[in-house]
Design a protein around this ligand. Structure first.
Ligand SMILES: [Zn+2]
Ligand SMILES: [Zn+2]
Length: 333
């Protein structure tokens, strides 16, 4: 089968690799669409050569491993991108991401879906409803990440929300906030992405270097930000989020900054902020996302700005490392 394989730091190469066989208790999925994720761009500098990335995928069941029942070849599915033990407390709660034995798919532990086929476990799979296409279904993973974050904050109709960053996670966070009826301002320096945020329902966008986002939200809603979503994850953005938040606001951190970062705790103390860190999702959040897509609650077509074949994947991957106006980029098989 064809796969876009990580060959050296930051560089993919399309290669012919052996088609995997499902092991006992596994399903083999023929990949139809797989999103390129910001975390892939980072991981491409730390994972070993030979890794196949890709954890945001949708496809069809291609084969059942020994001992698997309840699934049909050809059934359209999405899968949470990991395999876990299935028996521990976390797994039984649909929260396998917290399983001590969890192995990620597409981030170095198990091969991912930048390939024609990927192995998954049935417990992680959900059927794609008829009205949801493969492209939209490939967005379930990043939408579920955002849903998990939005559920950590009290977002309801009329809540004043500030989303910092209009990359794919900022944009999917915006979609859920709008779905809840919140008023959202997005802070984003790249005009192309800011325009996309306005198209997806932001009341306004601000350039963080030029305008105070909290003031803009105050002007629009009469309230300082009640919830701030940090969706960038580079040094300094968490402190900016604390600075923009209103009194007793909640700051939800979805950006993943892996280096040391400085904050001024007094900023949070003076305003009695609640700061919550969010990672991943539960299976129920995948299901809720599929239901929202089935009900056509989001303009996902606007979020998908590029679709490339596997041969175009290396260039598309490289292009995303530069400042971009792109939303979600999908590899389609
Ligand atoms: Zn992702
Ligand atoms: Zn487990």
């Amino acid at each position: 089968m064809r796969a876009a394989v990580l060959r050296e730091a930051g560089r993919l190469v399309v290669e012919e690799v052996p088609r995997p066989e499902p092991e006992p208790g596994e399903l083999l999925v023929r990949v139809r669409d797989c999103g390129i994720c910001g975390s892939d761009l980072h991981a491409a500098h730390t994972l070993s050569p030979g890794t196949v990335m890709g954890h945001e995928f949708a496809g069809e069941v291609a084969a059942l491993g020994p001992g698997v029942s309840g699934w049909r070849v050809g059934e359209p599915v999405v899968a949470l991108p990991y395999m876990s033990c299935g028996g521990c407390v976390a797994c039984r709660a649909g929260d396998g991401i917290r399983c001590a034995a969890v192995r990620s798919i597409g981030l170095g532990e198990l091969p991912g879906a930048y390939a024609e086929y990927v192995r998954v476990q049935p417990a992680s799979c959900l059927r794609i409803p008829e009205r949801v296409g493969f492209r939209a279904a490939a967005l379930v993973e990043p939408l579920a990440v955002a849903l998990h974050g939005v559920r950590m904050a009290p977002v309801k109709a009329g809540t004043s929300c500030l989303v910092v960053g209009a990359g794919p996670i900022g944009l999917t966070t915006l979609l859920w906030c709008r779905d809840a009826g919140a008023a959202v301002v997005v802070s984003e320096p790249a005009e192309g992405r800011a325009a996309l945020a306005r198209r997806l329902g932001a009341a306004a966008t601000v350039h963080p270097g030029r305008e105070h986002a909290g003031s803009r939200l105050q002007a629009l809603t009469g309230r300082d930000p009640e919830v701030v979503f940090e969706c960038v994850g580079v040094r300094g953005t968490l402190n900016d989020a604390l600075a923009q938040a209103g009194v007793r606001a909640t700051v939800v951190v979805l950006g993943v900054c892996l280096g040391a970062d400085e904050i001024v705790p007094g900023l949070a103390v003076l305003k009695e902020l609640v700061v919550r860190f969010a990672l991943g999702y539960a299976k129920s959040e995948f299901a809720a996302t599929l239901a929202a897509l089935e009900e056509r609650r989001f303009d996902v077509d606007a979020l998908i700005t590029d679709v490339v074949g596997v041969d175009g994947a290396p260039l598309a991957f490289e292009a995303l490392t530069r400042p971009t106006a792109q939303g979600k980029v999908l590899i389609e098989f």
